[in-house]
Unconditional design. Structure first.
Length: 538
């Protein structure tokens, strides 16, 4: 008998699992017995952070984590969200939107309690939860297990380029959670869909990715209206329901320390052509890495599925896929979001031919064996227990067996120079790269003032272009350094400015270790540690 399973209830019926009212002891047994879903969660953590070569330190490859931690500490110490810049000497006291303040506070609390270990553990748990929620969402929509598993892993692989300890991980998790609620509501309307309104308010203060939910709800309302015009039953009713939901979610996003001004700031940031040209994560994907090859495969599958959906007048799902595919092709930062949106829809469609192949197959055949195994194992992926919580608690308690980072990776940051010349750097007007400035802010515990850091939305085009000009040793580099009264330069060894400064008698090399070159001029050279002055210099 051929049948396409469309819900968890349908699957339970097919598998012969009649719903029962569990006793108290059965409930305790359920919560205390590990499931395959728990195993999947643990396997993702092990695959990405325990067995991988990069380990937990891989999550700290982006220096932005440093200023996020220190911003959270400013909030904890002052009891207020900052409205002006606390970190630079180029724009001190200028208006600044700490638009991820709630994430910053979480990072700061964990950092004070556990150091960087707490921050990377939170990041790793968010990524593992993203994978687990996505798999559960796919299976809850009725997809076949052996279709859902590889596609979920493909989504995790495609998102690895953004596996970094930054606030965007909250968006990575909250988007599939929100889409799960929306898709469940489309099948069976429920009051739970209105939980997206307070969720939007929380999400807005965690990360600017709350706009992804607003966009998806808007597309849902518009697509439902088109479906209604095409004669799809319930289309107009859904359009009104989700149109109201979208408006209320947008209103909820105003619950933030900056009100409507935050939305204007984000809009200006996203429209900036300069940001798209110079910030790598805003540029189009460069299909030369494994993660982007995985994205490419998902994209082709998604576009093909979108065409199939349109033929069946399922406009909403097609709009979701095509909208996020367009954004992902224009900006690599949207690749993980496309994967989160597309995988449940692709899995549901690919499950149709899969079940046609396995549905009527003899039990002794390969297809029949797979069908039997799927019927047996799928319910184990549709529940969870307390074991993931216990696993995280054990990881938090462990120290030696797990290689927790005590600093940002030395291969990407000037750890030795900061260690040996910390007091000099904290008391100087330093020019360094934006990533290394994030690192200086972190190690300066908020005392360090920088020329520019990773907050590209704050510094703007004029200062950004000046920074690019001086690092490239443009003709007026000396004038820029004098105008900004910069007396210390911590330059990546590959900067053209590093080569030029070595030829200037007024600039003295304090350290050159092949990774970073530390220069000073004037009276600041006298305050450099005598012991470290010759360190690393041939």
């Amino acid at each position: 008998m051929e049948r396409v399973v469309n819900s968890v209830g349908d699957y339970a019926a097919v598998a012969g699992l009649a719903p029962q009212s569990p006793s108290m002891s059965a409930r305790w047994t359920r919560w205390l017995t590990p499931s395959l879903c728990d195993v999947f969660f643990a396997a993702i953590l092990a695959w990405l952070f325990l067995a991988g070569s990069g380990g937990w330190t891989f999550l700290l490859l982006d220096g932005d984590c440093g200023w996020h931690i220190r911003t959270g500490e400013v909030i904890l110490d002052t009891g207020a969200v900052p409205h002006t810049d606390p970190f630079s000497f180029t724009r001190p006291g200028e208006p600044w939107f700490a638009w991820e303040w709630l994430s910053d506070v979480l990072f700061a609390v964990l950092h004070r309690a556990m150091g960087l270990k707490g921050v990377v553990l939170l990041a790793g748990v968010l990524i593992a939860l993203f994978a687990t929620v996505l798999l559960r969402q796919v299976l809850a929509a009725g997809a076949a297990l052996f279709v859902a598993l590889p596609l979920t892993l493909l989504a995790v692989g495609a998102s690895t380029l953004h596996h970094l300890a930054r606030p965007h991980l909250f968006t990575l998790l909250l988007l599939p959670v929100s889409l799960w609620i929306l898709q469940s509501d489309r099948r069976v309307p429920s009051r739970r869909v209105w939980l997206l309104i307070p969720l939007t308010a929380i999400w807005t203060n965690l990360h600017g990715g709350f706009l992804a939910l607003v966009a998806c709800v808007a597309l849902l309302a518009a697509g439902s209206a088109v479906e209604g015009a095409l004669g799809v039953s319930g289309g107009w009713r859904h359009a009104r329901r989700y149109g109201l939901l979208g408006v209320l979610c947008a209103v909820a996003s105003l619950v933030n320390p900056y009100g409507l001004a935050l939305h204007g700031h984000i809009a200006a940031y996203l429209r900036s052509s300069w940001i798209r040209e110079v910030v790598q994560e805003f540029q189009s994907p460069n299909f030369r890495s494994e993660s982007l090859f995985q994205f490419e495969g998902l994209m082709f599958l998604g576009v093909g599925v979108a065409a199939t959906l349109l033929l069946r007048r399922r406009v909403v799902e097609a709009l979701w896929i095509l909208f996020w595919a367009h954004l992902a092709l224009g900006s690599v930062r949207h690749v993980p979001l496309f994967a989160a949106v597309a995988v449940p829809l692709v899995a549901a469609e690919l499950s149709r031919p899969w079940r046609r192949w396995t549905g009527n197959a003899p039990k002794a055949s390969a297809a029949g064996a797979l069908a039997g195994l799927e019927a047996e194992r799928t319910p184990q992926f549709l529940r969870t227990s307390v074991w993931p919580v216990l696993l995280v608690a054990v990881l938090a308690a462990l120290s030696d067996p797990v290689k927790w980072p005590k600093d940002f990776p030395a291969a990407g940051f000037p750890a030795a120079a900061v260690r040996d010349f910390g007091p000099l750097l904290e008391t100087s007007r330093v020019l360094t790269s934006d990533q290394w400035a994030d690192y200086l802010i972190y190690h300066g515990c908020g005392r360090q003032r920088v020329y520019i850091d990773g907050r590209s939305d704050f510094y703007g085009e004029a200062l950004g272009l000046e920074y690019m000009a001086v690092s490239a040793a443009r003709w007026d580099w000396s004038r820029i350094l004098d105008r900004r009264a910069i007396d210390v330069v911590l330059a990546p060894a590959g900067w053209p400015l590093a080569s030029v400064l070595k030829m200037q008698p007024s600039w003295r090399v304090l350290r050159d270790d092949g990774q970073a070159v530390l220069f000073c001029r004037g009276s600041h050279c006298g305050s450099a540690p005598t012991q470290a002055r010759s360190k690393g210099i041939p």
